[in-house]
Design a protein around this ligand. Structure first.
Ligand code: ADP
Ligand code: ADP
Length: 239
């Protein structure tokens, strides 16, 4: 079944930059799709139109049969809990512990309101600990995030997204700041999230070789346009 559909979506920044130009594609439930393309191609803009961190200029973004551009503020918040997101720069709250960062994802508190683990139910803590363990972070739970390596930080980012029990995970260049070994660990986790947890994963990458290794499908973007949409094997045959 289709979970996400872009219908003729364009995004213009100011008067000059057409970051997305008539983009159409769809993503099935449970798929791991990689968006590839050079820096500036529009990958990040594309991802952010899904949870409306960025507003599309025209066209329709349909998630789970709902037009996301027509959602009220309250419904948009509900949508964002169903769509987890991870970033190249992790976007963790450095001075808080791993545990607090992850629980923060769960309740959507602003950092200023976090700080007391007493705020959370035992069941929430237990679930967060299980997710951290599944990501190999059981020894890091009470460390401050600024004491972690990049690979560990990205795993905390994944944990923070997973506690929301999302249907889809958006990953914006999640390995661009990581060494090859940490990159492989992160991609293995994303693969597992898609295959075993059934969560749809959309991941921006600029490395074609990694997309070829991990993705069910590849969408190639160049200068705001979709220039390829198909299986990794079709891409290697072409080039
Ligand atoms: P990618 O993720 O593939 O690197 P982006 O989506 O970040 O591409 O950017 C696509 C284009 O839009 C680029 O030309 C970029 O400079 C431009 N752009 C991105 N964000 C903004 C913004 N907030 N304001 C103006 N231009 C932007
Ligand atoms: P990066 O530098 O990694 O590309 P940004 O610094 O542009 O990312 O981060 C975008 C902003 O969106 C961050 O301030 C982040 O805290 C916020 N954010 C993260 N996840 C969500 C979400 N699911 N819904 C709304 N906002 C989010």
């Amino acid at each position: 079944a289709t979970l996400l559909e872009f219908r003729d979506v364009s995004k213009r920044y100011g008067n000059d930059t057409l970051a997305l130009s008539h983009v159409s594609f769809s993503v099935n439930e449970g798929e791991l799709v990689s968006i590839i393309g050079p820096s500036g191609a529009g990958k990040s803009t594309l991802l952010r139109c899904i949870n409306r961190l960025i507003e599309a200029t025209s066209g329709e973004v349909i998630f789970d049969k709902t037009n996301v551009q027509q959602l009220s503020k309250g419904k948009l918040r509900a949508l964002r809990t169903k769509i987890g997101m991870i970033f190249q720069s992790y976007n963790l709250v450095d001075r808080l512990s791993v545990f607090e960062n992850v629980l923060h994802g769960r309740l959507g508190y602003k950092p200023a309101f976090v700080g007391a683990l007493g705020l959370y139910h035992e069941s929430e803590k237990k679930q967060a600990l299980e997710i951290l363990k599944s990501l190999g972070l059981e020894d890091q739970v009470y460390k401050r995030c600024d004491q972690l390596s990049g690979g560990q930080k990205q795993r905390v980012g994944i944990a923070r997204a997973l506690v929301q029990e999302p249907r889809m995970l958006l990953a914006d260049e999640p390995i661009a700041s990581l060494d090859p070994s940490s990159s492989k660990t992160i991609m293995d986790h994303l693969r597992h999230i898609s295959t075993s947890l059934g969560i749809t994963v959309l991941v921006n990458l600029h490395q074609l070789d990694i997309a070829l290794n991990y993705a069910d499908r590849i969408i190639g973007v160049s200068q705001g346009k979709v220039v390829f949409d198909g299986l990794p094997s079709e891409l290697t045959d072409e080039t």
